[in-house]
Design a protein around this ligand. Structure first.
Ligand code: NOJ
Length: 497
């Protein structure tokens, strides 16, 4: 027998000592620390900073055949053999459709002030357009009422990738008509929810559903071949892909106009995009400028054209004959002014240094640290650079971090705890960088953690757990992880803790 104490022995001793000191409950959420925290001694966020969590409809709702919901491309894709890593699908997922009240209570206990969820388009328009399905709308009315009652602001996203299958059958995002159908649906939602919802995110992560869904990528990680692919799982030509990108940003512009036309006065909206971010490898004025140039080009087909109203010269030159077909009027629609932007921040896309050609990307070293997902390279400084560049490139006045978080191999201990030290490390380091940005005046108004709870992680299935709350998918039991207590403490103190 080893003389070293085992992990469990240590946990027992440490656990009972901690309990003796604080009287805290053995599992789940501890009380937030009492007593004043002098402002000078903490890395505080600005007053009114919004602490939130995020989810999306297909990843948590389940109930895919209930109350008249139509099929989405993700139903079709997840039921295609070989597409989802663990062979799963989100037919039941977190059963949130039935358990939403308990989930709202969980949020309240975690100290959440604002909740970013998504509306499933095929619940509202089962075939994408035509007659609305009021039973689908009722679900979101019930959810929003429960949130308002719990003092949590509902902050819906209107498109989180679950395109109605009927629209895919007519060409999906390859057709301009899909952009128009999206705007009609967005306008309808703004009209129906406007009494309780004043802010909307339009479209989530353009690159993910466009490029990964319509081209996909073959990867090699640690010598193993893999593929990153999302629904509808197409492999389009360059010209077709560029046109899908164009239709997607057109949908963004049209939906902004429709939301403004149909929502109550004061209704506000903006996209939630995964800004590809280049960071200066070494902070010098030249490298900082080079990184900005790189970020602007890397986002040319998405945020850059939305916020500048034109495709960059380099984007069009690189595309050559495959450039999207568009009119000046399209560009005006695409750049319809937004009230804010949301950015999903997980990792840096590149480190760069200045060069004669503007910037030179530095390849990631093979030993660069990663979180659980093979794509998830660690680089917390991206949480400083992404919003700072959004401000410096496009003079954005209101920015939300609409997602940030990490998958982890969380397990429930014999004592019933989920001690996710890696997620706490991830969170603390990213919040520290975000606080650096806000302290320098970058106008970040809130942070949404991805995700409230473990859920269906698209093609990776259920094994990659991103939640602050652990979910046992057999019993639907929810267990707040240690990171939920961390989040609650940070939210309560409005500071990095
Ligand atoms: C971004 C997506 O919006 C979300 O749906 C996904 O689960 C997370 N990234 C984690 O991969």
């Amino acid at each position: 027998m080893s003389s070293n104490p085992t992990r469990r022995d240590f946990a027992k001793v440490a656990g009972s000592a901690a309990l003796a000191m604080t009287g805290a409950p053995a599992a789940g959420l501890a009380e937030t620390s009492a007593g004043p925290h002098p402002k000078s001694a903490r890395a505080a966020f600005p007053d009114g900073f919004a602490w939130g969590v995020a989810t999306s409809a297909y990843q948590i709702e389940g109930a895919v055949k209930e109350d008249g919901r139509g099929l989405s491309i993700w139903d079709t894709y997840a039921h295609t053999p070989g597409k989802i890593a663990d062979g799963g699908n989100a037919d039941v997922a977190n059963d949130h459709y039935h358990r939403y009240r308990d989930d709202v209570k969980l949020m309240r206990d975690i100290g959440v002030k604002t909740y970013r969820f998504s509306v499933a388009w095929p619940r509202i328009f089962p075939t994408g357009a035509g007659q609305p399905n009021t039973k689908g709308l009722d679900f979101y009315n019930r959810l929003i009422d429960a949130l308002v009652e719990a003092g949590i602001e509902p902050f819906p996203t209107l498109y989180h990738w679950d395109l109605p299958q009927a629209l895919q059958d007519k060409g999906g995002w390859q057709s301009r008509d899909t952009a128009k159908a999206f705007a009609d649906y967005a306008g309808y939602m703004a009209a129906k929810l406007s009494d309780r919802v004043s802010r909307y995110f339009t479209v989530n992560e353009f690159f993910s559903f466009v490029d990964i869904g319509h081209r996909g990528f073959d990867t090699v990680v640690d010598g193993k071949k893999g593929r990153i692919e999302f629904a509808p799982g197409l492999k389009l030509s360059n010209a077709e892909l560029n046109q899908v990108r164009h239709n997607a940003v057109l949908a963004q512009g049209l939906s902004v106009q429709a939301i403004r036309a149909n929502g109550k006065a004061g209704t506000r909206c903006g996209p939630a995009d995964n800004l590809s971010t280049a960071e200066p490898a070494i902070e010098t004025p030249e490298n900082i400028r080079a990184a900005e140039l790189a970020t602007r080009e890397m986002n040319a087909g998405y945020l850059t054209v939305m916020l500048e109203g034109k495709y960059t010269d380099t984007y069009l030159a690189n595309a050559g004959h495959d450039a999207p077909k568009f009119t000046e009027e399209d560009l005006k629609i695409i750049s319809s002014p937004v009230d804010f932007i949301g950015i999903n921040v997980y990792r840096p896309s590149a480190y760069v240094v200045a060069s004669e050609r503007g910037f030179r990307p530095i390849p990631f070293n093979k030993s660069h640290p990663r979180m659980l997902s093979p794509w998830h390279l660690l680089g917390p400084e991206v949480m400083y650079w992404a919003p700072r560049q959004a401000q410096s490139l496009w003079n954005i006045k209101e920015i939300y971090i609409t997602e940030n978080g990490c998958g982890a191999s969380d397990e429930v201990s014999a004592e019933g705890r989920v001690d996710d030290s890696d997620r706490i490390m991830f969170l603390r380091n990213h919040l520290a960088q975000l606080q650096r940005a806000t302290a320098e005046g970058v106008p970040v108004k809130g942070y949404f953690h991805w995700s409230l709870m473990d859920n269906f992680e698209w093609s990776d299935g259920f094994a990659s757990r991103f939640g602050l709350v652990y979910v046992d998918f057999k019993t639907q039991q929810r267990i707040p992880k240690l990171s939920a207590a961390y989040f609650r403490e940070a939210a309560a103190r409005n500071a990095v803790v």
